[in-house]
Design a protein around this ligand. Sequence first.
Ligand code: KIV
Ligand code: ZN
Length: 515
Amino acid sequence: MTRMIRIFDTTLRDGEQSPGAGMNVEEKVMIAKQLARLGVDIIEAGFAYSSPGDFEAVRQVAQEVEGPTICSLARAKKEDIDRAWEALKGAPKVRIHTFLSTSDIHLKYQFRISREEALKRAVEMVQCARSYVDDVEFSPMDASRSDPSYLYEVLEAVIEAGAGTVNLPDTVGYASPQEFGLLIRGIGERVRNSGRAVISVHCHNDLGLAVANSLAAILEGAGQVECTINGIGERAGNASLEEIVMGLRTRKDFYKADTGIRTEEISKTSRLVSKITGMVVQPNKAIVGANAFAHTSGIHQDGLLKEKSTYEIMRPESIGLVQSRMVMGKLSGRHAFRQRLEELGYKPSDDEINRAFDRVKRLADQKQEIYEEDLEVIISEEIAKIQERVQLKTLYVESGTNQVPTATVELEIDGRLVKQTGTGDGPVDAAYRTIAAMTQTKSRLLTYSVKAITGGTDAQGEVSVRLEEGGKTAIGHGADTDIILASARAYLNALNKLAYWASKQADPAQKVGLI
Ligand code: KIV
Ligand code: ZN
């Protein structure tokens, strides 16, 4: 019999704790919608108490995303649980996830409370969360470094208090697979009411073992795993969703377990998360890295040509890697465009369709064929668009041999048109210096990268930049067949995000910490 394992995705909460991976509310809603298409069971949309931005993200995801259960993290404190409920209430399927450390190291040095006090607080806060919702999860933080006897005592008490899921975090990525598996096995043996709760695990990757530990836990009876897209998360990250899901799917014969994930959506979800967070996926990353399905050895290629199963354990199609398909051309109309987006799983508003369609038409003038990936970037930019204080109206750049690169930029800043000319070390530098002077930004450019979205010299270039100002960072993206234009868009996108976070005090980096 195949057991179905619940996938609890924490890309929007723990994933966002990756340094510099802050997302705004619109971006989080967009990722959450894609996670729903991917078929995750639970989305941890944020930590409502931690900041106004997180509260709003949890609230909007709960209101707008259909399918998965939507969850907010809350420390074992009444004010956190009240705030989580405020953000979740009114939505059909919600969960409060509360947590408190159980390891002596944390209790002694960080929380400065006794084991007895921690147990009492955990029980009271589970009861408090249950007064609002039926679906409550409790995590004994740093479980893998806790005394197992005390840990099991806490689990029994919180299950008695009404926790339907108990989640064992390997908070600092310290566990090894055999050891972690035994800890999970012990729950069945030593926690008398364990049959009344789903056992979950949440593994960090400090020693590169997050996925191995999660799979070992599944073998010992865990029914839920917490993970993130591309394995992003605090420090070295969390267990990667795609690796766990494809591990189980590919070796169902061994694990006797599977998930409800629509694996064909994996590749697209990975690209979206990478684009929005600015966290580049390493080329040799399992499942979603650019080289994951690239065979270069002659011997392997020879075998593959004769019979795919000689060297291929998964089909690229199973994670949604298909030959780029031409989806629109110069003559395609708005109706066909809407239809294509709906086929791709987007349900944009009329306003979003109009903005995106104008860009597609402009692109079609420059590029004969438009591929699915082109639509993906345009749509993700237009749908996740925040209120922009500064908009690019026109840009002219002159550069070449024996010429000082010069940019003339026209911007609309808070509804006012301004134009200025400036120079720089190259065409992008000229554009950036001019925009910086016009907007009087004090931000610093930390990174700049450019990649081609599809093949060919007429491909759209996608530029990503990371800016820093006063300790806050923002990632901006821009895409166009003209790299300089794409660069200007990316820069303005990041500047607008910094302004947005300043106005909403919703900078993800400025949140209340986890203790
Ligand atoms: O790693 C951890 O312990 C966590 C908890 C809040 C579940 O993220
Ligand atoms: Zn974590």
